[in-house]
Design a protein around this ligand. Structure first.
Ligand code: FAD
Length: 543
C-alpha cells in the first residue's frame, strides 16, 4: 500500500511537472531523492530564510533552518540593555496589515499562519522631514498625504495627483507580473514582450530615476525634497535611484499602511520560528554553514563549521550572493557568465547608528513623532557622498522614537528609546575591534548624537542618557554575514533594479535575501523568501 502510494505520488508529481513544463511554468528538473535528510535546508534565518522555510513547511516539506547567531531574525532581532529593549533594525514595515489592502506581505503572513501569532501596530505618521528652512510631518495614508502637500504647495496639486496615480498604477502593474519569475520558455518570452502594452508605467519608468519622476511631477524644489525623502530607506540618492522602487514603496506604505510589530521585530522572527516548528521544521541556531556539497552539478546538502553534514534535496540561501558563490558553492562550480554578472553589480551602502536609552519621557516633553529625518541639505547626492565618506555632520540622520510606538516593551514609564541611523561604508572604518575602531566609533556616536540633538536637544545632555550603544557596518556584517555590512543588497539604480533572480545556475539552490528581485526591507525580504519557496514548490509540483 505504501509503495502504491509513493508510486501514485511520483506519478502525480511527474504529471504535474509535465503540465508545468508545457505551460512554461518552471522548466527546472525534479532533483533526485538524495540521502535521507531534509527536503530543504535554509541557510540563515533572516526574514527571507524564515519566510521561505514557513512557506515550504506549510506545504509539507521537511525543512531545516541553520542560523549562525544564537537567535533567529538576522536584522529583525532585538536586544535588551538595563531597562531598555532595542529593535536592531525595523522602524517602518510596508506590506499591509489588518483592515488595509490585502495584496502583498500580509496575505503571505496569513497563508503561513504567522499573521495570527503577531500583532501589528499601525504607526500614526509616515515621517517628519526637516530640511534647512522647512519642517513638515507627512501622514500615513494617500488622502492625508496628498492633502498636506496640496495645502503647502497648492500650485502643485496636479503633480501630487500625478505622483499618486503613477505610484499606484506601477504597483498594480507589478502585482500583475508577480508570478513572472516562475515562468520560462515561451510564456516568459511573451509576458516580457507584452510589458510595454500591459504594464506601460513600468515600461516607461524602468530606466528612469527618482529625480526624473520628481521633475516630471513637480516644479518646486521643496516639494520634490519632501516627497523623495524616503530615498534614505532605499540606498541610492535621488538622482541615481530607480524610480520604480520609490513609486512601489511609497504606494505600499501609503496604500497598505505603515507598520511595526508589537514586542519588536524579534516577535515576528520568533513567530516564524514557532510556526516552522509547529509544522515539523527544525531550527538550529549557533550553527554556521561553511559549504554546500555538490554531486554531479547539484547540491546534496551542507557542511557546518563544526563538521556536521545535513543532506537535503534543495538549498535556500538567505545569504548574500558573494558568500553563496565564493564560499559556500565555490566559483569553480559556477558558470563564468553568472559570476561576471555578479561582479558587475554594485552593492549598496551600510549603516551606522546609535541605540539610546533615556531617563526622560520624550512624549511628555512634547515629542510626538515616530520617525524624523533631519537633513542638512536637500541635495541628496551631496548628502550621500558626505555620509559615505563619514562626514556625519553634513549628512542626514533618521531619528526613530520607539517609545512613541504605543508598545510598552521598549522603555518603562518615564523613560524613552531613541535610535539614530545614518548611511555608512565599511571602507571608512578601521579594522574591526581594533583600538582605532573603538575610538572612531565613540567619536562618531557623539557626532551623530550632536546632529540629532538639533531636533531633540535633550539628547546632547549625557545626564539624560542611561544606555548608549553604537553599531557600525562591521556590527551588521557580524550579525548578518552580509558583505560590507550591506543591508539593502544591490545599489538600486535603474540599471540594477532587477537585482539577481531567486534561482541560481545550480538547479536546486535558491537565494532569498535582500539581494534578490523583490528588493530589500523587512516586508520585501519576506516576499523574497516566498519566491524562493515558490520555485521549489513548482519543481515539486505543489500548487
Ligand atoms: C539598522 C537597520 C534599519 C533598518 N530599517 C528598516 C526599516 O525600517 N524597514 C524595513 O523594511 N527594513 C529595514 N531594514 C532592512 C531590513 O531589516 C532588511 O532588508 C531585512 O531584514 C533583511 O533580510 P534578509 O532576509 O536579507 O536577511 P538578513 O537580515 O541579512 O539575515 C541573514 C541571516 O542569515 C544568517 N547567515 C548568513 N550566512 C550564514 C551562514 N553561512 N550560516 C548560517 N547562517 C547564516 C545571518 O546570521 C542572518 O541571521 C533595516 C536594516 C538595518 C540594519
Amino acid at each position: 500500500m505504501r509503495i502504491m502510494n509513493s508510486l501514485f505520488l511520483k506519478a502525480i508529481i511527474l504529471a504535474a511537472s509535465a503540465v508545468f513544463f508545457a505551460t512554461g511554468v518552471c522548466a527546472a528538473e525534479l532533483p533526485d531523492q538524495r540521502g535521507t535528510g531534509f527536503d530543504v535546508i535554509v541557510i540563515g534565518s533572516g526574514m527571507g530564510g524564515l519566510s521561505a522555510a514557513a512557506h515550504l513547511a506549510t506545504n509539507k516539506l521537511k525543512v531545516l533552518v541553520l542560523e549562525q547567531h544564537d537567535k533567529v531574525g538576522g536584522c529583525t532581532t532585538s536586544f535588551t540593555r538595563d531597562d531598555f529593549t532595542f529593535d536592531a533594525s525595523l522602524h517602518e514595515m510596508a506590506g499591509g496589515g489588518p483592515g488595509k489592502n490585502n495584496r502583498g506581505l500580509y496575505k503571505l503572513l496569513e497563508i503561513t499562519g504567522v499573521g495570527k501569532k503577531i500583532e501589528l501596530i499601525e504607526l500614526p505618521h509616515f515621517y517628519r522631514s526637516i530640511f534647512p528652512g522647512m519642517d513638515i510631518t507627512m501622514p500615513n495614508n494617500w488622502p492625508e498625504f496628498k492633502k498636506v502637500l496640496k495645502q503647502k504647495w497648492p500650485e502643485e496639486a496636479e503633480g501630487v495627483e500625478k505622483f499618486h496615480k503613477l505610484s499606484s498604477d506601477l504597483m498594480q502593474e507589478m502585482l500583475s507580473l508577480k508570478d513572472m519569475f516562475r515562468y520560462s520558455g515561451l510564456k516568459k518570452f511573451f509576458t516580457k514582450v507584452m510589458v510595454p502594452l500591459r504594464q506601460p508605467t513600468l515600461f516607461k519608468w524602468k530606466d528612469k530615476t527618482f529625480q526624473d519622476l520628481m521633475d516630471d511631477c513637480f516644479k518646486n524644489e521643496d516639494i520634490k525634497a519632501v516627497v523623495s525623502q524616503l530615498w534614505i530607506y532605499y540606498g541610492a540618492p535621488v538622482p541615481e535611484q530607480s524610480a520604480l522602487i520609490s513609486m512601489a514603496a511609497t504606494d505600499a506604505y501609503l496604500g497598505d499602511g505603515i507598520w511595526h510589530i508589537k514586542g519588536t521585530s524579534q516577535a515576528l522572527s520568533d513567530a516564524y520560528s514557532e510556526r516552522i516548528k509547529e509544522l515539523g521544521g527544525v531550527i538550529k541556531t549557533n550553527t554556521r554553514v561553511i559549504k554546500i556539497m555538490l554531486k554531479d552539478g547539484a547540491a546534496t546538502g551542507i557542511m557546518t563549521e563544526k563538521g556536521d553534514i545535513f543532506t537535503a534535496r534543495y538549498i535556500v540561501a538567505n545569504t548574500d550572493p558573494y558568500q553563496l558563490t565564493h564560499k559556500l558553492i565555490g566559483k569553480e562550480h559556477l558558470p563564468s557568465d553568472y559570476l561576471k554578472n555578479l561582479e558587475k553589480l554594485k552593492p549598496a551602502n551600510s549603516l551606522f547608528g546609535v541605540y539610546l536609552g533615556l531617563n526622560i519621557d520624550l512624549k511628555k516633553l512634547g515629542y510626538n513623532d515616530t520617525e524624523i529625518f533631519y537633513n542638512t541639505s536637500s541635495d541628496s547626492m551631496d548628502v550621500y557622498d558626505k555620509m559615505m565618506k563619514g562626514v556625519i555632520e553634513n549628512g542626514t540622520v533618521a531619528i526613530t522614537l520607539y517609545s512613541n510606538y504605543n508598545d510598552p516593551v521598549y522603555a518603562p514609564p518615564g523613560k524613552s528609546v531613541v535610535v539614530l541611523n545614518t548611511y555608512s561604508s565599511i571602507n571608512v572604518w578601521p579594522e574591526y575591534q581594533s583600538k582605532a575602531y573603538y575610538e572612531m566609533k565613540e567619536q562618531n556616536e557623539n557626532r551623530l548624537i550632536a546632529l540629532a540633538s538639533k531636533v531633540i536637544p535633550e539628547l546632547a545632555n549625557p545626564a539624560n542618557v542611561e544606555v548608549k550603544e553604537g553599531f557600525t557596518p562591521h556590527t551588521i556584517k557580524r550579525y548578518t554575514m552580509n558583505e560590507g555590512g550591506i543591508v539593502y543588497g544591490f545599489y538600486l539604480s535603474p540599471d540594477q533594479w532587477e537585482k539577481v533572480p531567486n534561482n541560481t545556475p545550480i538547479s536546486n539552490v535558491f537565494i532569498a535575501s535582500n539581494w534578490t528581485q523583490a528588493w530589500h526591507g523587512v516586508g520585501s525580504s519576506q516576499i523574497n523568501g516566498w519566491r524562493a519557496a515558490r520555485l521549489v514548490m513548482d519543481i515539486e509540483g505543489i500548487e
